[in-house]
Design a protein around this ligand. Structure first.
Ligand code: NOJ
Length: 497
């Protein structure tokens, strides 16, 4: 039904596009993503340093399903050529992967560059380019050097400089060939999930201070890394940089909850975007005010959300070439009732807003096991479009890239659930492009192949390729979704009846 509505509007407005045209704009790019800790393995080869995920999985195996870890994972450290062949078979325009900071800089600092680490990423980049596939590189996908964690990690303000030094090394080694960079992947998970729940590395629970200190420092680290590129590399290399935010789209539970839903979006999207993309910079004002009040109620003299100096505001503002969004799922939100118990964000509610978070009964859970990811990845394809429109309304019509999107299941080659998920989300993106004027240039599937899914170990599968983790060769086999995705890429269009 709903698909006929745009047709009518288009006809009324004399717009030539109609719903039968499910073609992507010319030059639209499709890719797939992975991350170092989730696929590389080889956790201690050569001079590689230990990461916080090595430490966390080795010392607290009870925190991970079946005590699994990424010691071997997909063994992409050795099997990268096979990965490139699979990427080429899909017809991907680009491959998003991350550099392991402790693999490239074994001490965490830029005093020592690992030759083997540099060689590995050079081989991967060159191998991709030989097949006409662009590398899109994330500098940080959660595997912080343990040496830096021992100095406070993301809660230490000096990390902004350590990160900028690391970024400079990466740009100098790879910037001649890498033109799409991402600084930090999903800072909301790095900060909020990590410190408010301690279920992921570094496993430190500190919900008053941890998340907000980290929040400020990831923004500064991103900004400094951006400025290094701008000042020292851009003229020569002409690349583009952004930060990859995972945004959960929040809608009003009932029509009375519009205000709190807007605050929830500001809390998640705004706290990691406003400083970079808004005209005035700094924290989103409404959130800054609420956290200030909450901090006073808790007996603190100053806000737990650390203030920015004017200089910091200017440093961070405008440090983007595009908006990179990871999108998986949405939530509904309402004000808590008198005496209602809240569960800490982001698994559940948002205590700072006194907000209860839920899902609509008609949003299906994913095909993953009910004990695991299924309970997070409720499916609401319209959310991806609405979130983009919110970003456009708040920060202007930027260039947008979807840097992750995908759905988990429990395995098998016939992954119809994943196909439906991609089909529906890509439809919404086409509507966003054609009806809402969103300037979307890239779509990235998460993920190329099954890999280490953090606390869920190897149970939840997200791959276009299945990986046999019982086989020492880690055999990769294309799923039906791989063929489906390859077809979309070949035709630059969705196949819609
Ligand atoms: C986002 C993260 O970037 C990625 O590492 C993770 O595997 C997927 N979400 C699925 O949970």
């Amino acid at each position: 039904m709903v698909w006929y509505q745009p047709l009518v509007f288009s006809a009324l407005l004399g717009v030539s596009w109609c719903t039968e045209d499910w073609t992507f704009p010319p030059g639209f790019k499709f890719g797939a993503a992975s991350s170092s800790y989730q696929v590389e393995g080889a956790w201690n080869v050569s001079d590689k340093g230990e990461s916080i995920w090595d430490r966390f999985t080795h010392t607290r195996p009870e925190k991970i399903l079946n005590g699994d870890n990424g010691d071997v994972a997909c063994d992409s450290y050795h099997l990268w050529q096979e990965d490139i062949d699979n990427i080429a078979d899909l017809g991907l325009h680009y491959y998003r992967f991350s550099i392991s900071w402790p693999r490239l800089l074994p001490t965490g600092f830029a005093n020592k560059i690992s030759e083997d680490g540099a060689r590995y990423y050079n081989n991967l980049i060159d191998g991709l380019l030989e097949k006409g596939i662009e590398p899109m590189v994330s500098l940080y996908h959660w595997d912080l050097p343990q040496t830096l964690q021992d100095l406070g990690g993301w809660t230490n303000p000096l990390i902004a400089d350590w990160f900028a030094d690391y970024a400079r090394v990466a740009y100098s080694l790879f910037g001649d060939r890498v033109k799409m960079w991402l600084t930090i992947n999903e800072p909301m998970i790095v900060c909020d999930s990590a410190y408010n729940t301690a279920i992921i590395a570094p496993g430190i629970l500190n919900s008053d201070h941890g998340a907000f200190l980290c929040n400020k420092h990831v923004l500064l680290a991103h900004a400094k890394a951006y400025r290094v590129y701008e000042e020292e590399f851009r003229a020569q290399y002409q690349g583009e940089i952004s930060i990859a935010n995972q945004l959960i789209w929040y809608e009003a539970w009932t029509e009375d909850d519009e205000d709190i839903a807007e605050l929830a979006v500001q809390y998640i999207a705004g706290r990691y975007s406003h400083a970079i993309y808004s005209e005035e910079g700094g924290w989103p004002p409404a959130i800054e005010k609420i956290i200030d009040e909450n901090s006073k109620k808790k007996g603190y003299a100053t806000s737990l959300l650390p203030a920015f100096t004017q200089e910091e505001i200017e440093l961070i503002k405008g440090t983007y070439d595009y908006y990179a969004m990871n999108y998986y799922t949405s939530r509904v939100v309402r004000a808590a009732r008198e005496g209602e118990q809240l569960i800490a964000f982001p698994i559940g509610d948002i205590p700072d807003l006194n907000a209860v978070v839920g899902v609509r009964p008609e949003w299906p859970a994913s095909d993953a096991s009910p004990e695991s990811s299924a309970t997070f990845f409720y499916i609401y394809p319209e959310g991806i479009r609405r979130q983009l429109v919110w970003l456009k309304n708040n920060y202007g019509n930027l260039k947008f890239a979807i840097t992750e999107n995908g759905a988990p299941d429990v395995g098998g080659l016939n992954d119809q659930g994943r196909i439906d998920y991609y089909q529906k989300h890509l439809k919404q993106l086409l509507l966003a492009i054609k009806e809402d004027g969103i300037n979307l240039t890239h779509f990235t599937a998460w993920t190329l192949m099954d890999n280490f899914e953090w606390t869920d170990g190897y149970r939840s599968k997200f791959g276009l390729y299945e990986v046999d983790f019982n086989d020492p060769l880690r055999t990769r086999t294309p799923r039906n979704s791989a063929r489906f995705y390859a077809n979309i890429i070949k035709n630059n269009a969705l196949d819609v009846e």
